[in-house]
Design a binder for this molecule. Structure first.
Ligand SMILES: Cc1cc2nc3c(=O)[nH]c(=O)nc-3n(C[C@H](O)[C@H](O)[C@H](O)COP(=O)(O)OP(=O)(O)OC[C@H]3O[C@@H](n4cnc5c(N)ncnc54)[C@H](O)[C@@H]3O)c2cc1C
Length: 242
């Protein structure tokens, strides 16, 4: 990303997603055309000039002068707790991007799509779901979303609303609601098999979340017979169990 200019961004709105995560809507100086799945780099500058920057996936694309991100606060983290708990509407920060050309979904794609999210890895996949809906695409989508508990689930209401051609499977890893069709536990090959597409359908698979989660799911998909070239991955960070 070296050479890409930093642009001024202002927080227009903040929405609580869960008790430890928030969505920020930003106004960004200058237009940018983003593709679902891309990310931006966000830079904070302290009064003494100290800067810290981190990458965040775009949760929604389409508006040229807007950027929307959803941030999970990592305990003890330098940047994420500030973005979730402390930043106020009207605050200024800097942003550059969008970046990424492989982990993207474009409305021209008509093949079936499998999205597999671990925890906050659902953010760029939500951008793809929204882009599909906005484009009126008929591409069949399936989302498998692995999350610790209902309380930690992002975009709960939106993912429950009917969206023809989108099937959603939620796999709770720590605590499942009573009515959940599977008990709490880590995502298994059987979950990926049932909630996904048969390899014969040649879906494009997008897997996003903590590094360990992404590697495990990508291995499962290949073991199930999916072409590794159709398995696209995005790793958010070193730990976490999605
Ligand atoms: C391509 C990409 C896209 C990303 N998109 C998003 C997004 O949409 N939403 C989002 O919330 N985050 C996203 N992240 C993660 C984000 O960039 C930061 O790493 C995260 O917010 C933690 O930053 P921090 O400054 O709070 O923690 P740091 O101060 O950097 O780290 C504090 C501690 O937490 C650990 N840690 C760092 N990152 C994670 C993590 N992701 N999970 C668990 N432990 C971690 C570190 O090893 C360290 O021990 C993305 C990362 C990448 C690489």
């Amino acid at each position: 990303m070296a050479g890409m200019p930093w642009r001024r961004a202002v927080v227009l709105a903040r929405r609580e997603e869960t008790p430890t995560a928030a969505t920020l809507l930003l106004h960004v100086d200058g237009d940018h055309q983003a593709v679902a799945g891309q990310r931006v780099e966000v830079r904070l500058t302290a009064e003494d000039g100290y800067t810290a920057d981190r990458e965040y996936s775009l949760a929604r694309v389409g508006d040229l002068d807007r950027a929307e991100i959803t941030v999970q606060a990592i305990e003890g983290g330098e940047v994420s707790p500030f973005l979730v708990d402390d930043i106020e509407v009207g605050a200024e920060l800097e942003l550059r991007g969008p970046i990424g050309g492989w982990f993207v979904w474009r409305p021209e794609q008509t093949e079936p799509v499998l999205l597999v999210a671990g925890g906050s890895g659902v953010v760029p996949l939500m951008a793809m779901i929204r882009a599909r809906r906005d484009a009126g695409s008929k591409a069949p989508f399936r989302l498998i979303y692995s999350v610790r508990s209902r309380a930690e689930q992002f975009y709960r209401r939106e993912l429950r609303a009917p969206d023809p051609g989108l099937d959603v499977t939620i796999a709770y890893t720590r605590e499942a609601p009573e009515a959940a069709p599977r008990p709490a536990g880590r995502l298994t090959v059987a979950d990926v098999n049932t909630g996904g597409w048969p390899p014969d359908f040649a879906p494009t698979c997008y897997v996003c979340g903590p590094t360990g989660f992404v590697e495990t799911v990508a291995d499962m998909l290949v073991a199930l017979g999916h072409d590794p070239r159709r398995v696209r991955t995005e790793r958010f960070g070193p730990t976490g169990d999605g």
